[in-house]
Design a protein around this ligand. Structure first.
Ligand SMILES: *[C@@H]1O[C@H](CO)[C@@H](O)[C@H](O)[C@H]1NC(C)=O
Ligand SMILES: *[C@@H]1O[C@H](CO)[C@@H](O)[C@H](O)[C@H]1NC(C)=O
Length: 302
């Protein structure tokens, strides 16, 4: 019985499977956010279908599944260190022959900074347009909401982050701690953050990170104006709180990362590669029509 089922799947995939050589558009790789997963229809699964449908099914879309199973993938959003996740993604991409000539990449929420890190760290990931929606490029200072966790668990998480985000064991076990950015303790942040400070070249400047970002055609950052998950919302545009304050904000252009050209973003801006898009609404709340017009038609038809 089981064998029949497998055989049926093989037949179906052969009949309906896409012929890669027929693809017209640059492939797309998507990376989901926390409390989400790669493939369920109610999460990125439906967006994958939307992209495929809009582009006449002549595109290869891969939604990254981290950890080798749906469950591990869901858990990865909370409990697998970004370094490990990026290594996993890099291996998957390197081994996928559909992606060897390059692809566009779309990150959702924390998947945004993970994909950017992938561009910076994974030489075989040849990304053309990097698109991030509701990302936290400068980290977060606060966790107002935790999708798909109970209120109690979320409160517990928040407490750990508020009091011990930079403790070694928290950095090792809790993904959200790795992009915790305390603007009142920038030195501690730079020293103890095991992820976001590193990929932002705040610990030391890694020239490879700069060079690899320059290869992007566009770096698109979408900010949700009424985002109740990203704190501060400006982090989606690479802005943050001013050092020493948890009230006053600064834009990317006002930050050290930009003025001291730690990541090459100034050059990218001069080259017209940085695209700032804002949309009214809460975290990742957008209509399909918006997505087709502003993302698919604008950046995926290459
Ligand atoms: C895929 O397309 C190529 C080139 O058009 C063709 O040679 C090949 O037979 C096709 N494969 C399948 C499985 O349809
Ligand atoms: C969203 O935020 C913008 C800018 O702060 C504000 O003008 C708008 O009224 C807000 N919309 C909603 C639905 O809260």
């Amino acid at each position: 019985m089981r064998l029949d089922f497998v055989a049926l799947c093989v037949i179906i995939s052969q009949v309906y499977g896409k012929n890669v050589t027929d693809d017209k558009y640059t492939p797309v790789v998507m990376w989901h956010g926390m409390g989400d997963s790669c493939c369920f229809v109610f999460s990125l699964g439906s967006l994958k279908k939307l992209i495929e449908r809009t582009l006449d099914n002549r595109i290869y879309v891969k939604s990254l599944e981290i950890g080798g199973s749906y469950i591990r993938d869901y858990e990865s959003g909370y409990f697998i260190h970004p370094d490990k996740q990026i290594e996993d993604a890099c291996i998957q991409i390197t081994n996928d022959k559909n992606l060897k000539n390059g692809f566009n990449a779309i990150g959702f929420s924390q998947g945004s900074q993970f994909l950017r890190a992938l561009v910076q760290r994974c030489p075989s990931a040849k990304v053309k347009n990097l698109i991030t929606l509701g990302g936290q490029h400068q980290g977060v200072y606060g966790l107002p909401n935790c999708p798909s966790l109970t209120t109690k668990t979320c409160e517990y998480l928040r407490e750990i982050l508020n009091f011990a985000a930079y403790a070694g064991w928290v950095q090792r076990t809790l993904v959200q701690a790795t992009y915790w950015h305390d603007p009142k303790n920038e030195d501690i942040y730079r020293t103890k953050s095991t992820f976001i400070a590193e990929i932002n070249n705040e610990k030391s400047v890694n020239q490879k990170y700069i060079d690899r970002l320059q290869k992007l055609e566009n770096f698109v950052m979408v900010k949700f104006m009424n985002d109740s998950m990203v704190q501060p919302v400006d982090s989606s545009w690479f802005g943050f709180y001013k050092p020493g304050s948890d009230v006053e904000l600064m834009t990317l252009e006002q930050s050290d990362i930009f003025t001291k050209e730690k990541l090459g973003l100034k050059k990218m801006k001069e080259d017209g590669k940085l695209k700032f898009i804002e949309i009214e609404g809460n975290h990742l709340q957008f209509r399909n029509e918006w997505f087709i017009e502003n993302i698919v038609n604008a950046y995926l038809k290459n």
